[in-house]
Design a binder for this molecule. Structure first.
Ligand SMILES: NC(=O)c1ccc[n+]([C@@H]2O[C@H](COP(=O)([O-])OP(=O)(O)OC[C@H]3O[C@@H](n4cnc5c(N)ncnc54)[C@H](O)[C@@H]3O)[C@@H](O)[C@H]2O)c1
Length: 265
């Protein structure tokens, strides 16, 4: 029988009454860390969070990020988190967006590429969450948003590592969501469809060669997979991340929101 009264229940109800950080979409006064910050989507996330008023720290292995780190390693993630906390004095919002891709048939998939793709997309978020947990659970209404993918729900041919890692990261999001809830922390994911970024561009020539068609035809096929025959705009995904990171989204926890124009509907 479920216990709905008594000291234990009252204790948990009181704890929740104290926690909600309700209302509004502004991120004024919040410190945010964004990974993969110099990539196509990452730049749009940084802009979105800044426009909402957050103090944003971008981290990437490449480009003009505020901090540089290899986020496939435990050490890289720990350093990233401690640099931001040392500089800003706190951490309220963690957006885990770094990612990479490798395409090959399963039986030829190089072990090293399996390791690389998985470690950026799955191990990295685990190490980052672990390192940031204390600070995020101290924050009134801490927020984590992970960039998952439609490959978190569907199987993409020749993308064993990416698909497995993006499926796996949803499990991590759900566990973190349950564990963070008592502290008012929410942990969610977004699952974009095709966006026209460096990651997509990096796949065009290989796909064209495999299919025996031009890169323009590959682009047309990618667009046509999505209702409306267009790419998802990075700003559409960034806006959703901004929403999930805001105080008004305080009761949304443990979800993965598809942003794919209805492709997986
Ligand atoms: N482009 C798409 O169609 C698409 C679709 C669904 C999900 N996604 C996801 O969106 C996120 C952003 O990708 P994007 O489309 O902007 O591609 P992108 O290649 O432009 O950006 C990815 C960023 O991650 C960084 N990165 C890669 N390995 C890293 C490492 N070891 N340490 C630190 N940073 C590292 C890259 O330097 C790059 O700036 C990724 O998680 C990706 O899986 C992309």
């Amino acid at each position: 029988m479920t216990k709905t009264s008594g000291p234990e229940f009252r204790k948990s109800a009181e704890r929740h009454e104290q926690q909600p950080h309700v209302g509004g979409w502004s991120l004024e006064g919040r410190v945010a860390l964004v990974t993969g910050a110099t990539g196509g989507l990452g730049k749009a996330i940084v802009t979105e969070l800044r426009e909402r008023g957050a103090d944003v720290y971008g981290v990437d292995i490449a480009g003009d990020a505020i901090f540089h780190a290899d986020l496939s390693t435990a050490e890289g993630n720990r350093r990233m988190v401690s640099q931001v906390i040392e500089t800003a004095g706190r951490l309220d919002i963690l957006v885990l967006n770094a990612g990479c891709q490798f395409v090959a048939p399963l039986h030829e998939f190089p072990d090293a590429e399996w390791e690389r793709v998985r470690s950026v997309a799955l191990d990295g978020p685990f190490f980052a969450l672990k390192a940031a947990w204390r600070e995020l659970t101290k924050s009134p209404g801490g927020r984590v948003v992970v960039t998952a993918s439609v490959s978190s729900f569907t199987a993409a041919v020749q993308k064993a590592a990416y698909t497995a890692a993006k499926h796996g990261v949803l499990g991590l999001v759900r566990v973190a969501a349950r564990e963070g809830a008592a502290h008012g922390l929410t942990v969610n994911a977004v699952a974009p469809g095709w966006m026209d970024t460096g990651m997509l561009r990096g796949q065009l020539e290989g796909a064209a060669a495999r299919k025996g068609i031009s890169t323009d035809e590959v682009i047309a096929q990618m667009r046509a997979w999505q209702p409306g025959d267009r790419f998802v705009d990075v700003r559409e995904v960034a806006a959703t991340i901004g929403f999930l990171a805001s105080p008004g989204a305080s009761a949304i926890n443990g979800v993965c929101l598809p942003i794919d124009l209805g492709a997986t509907a």
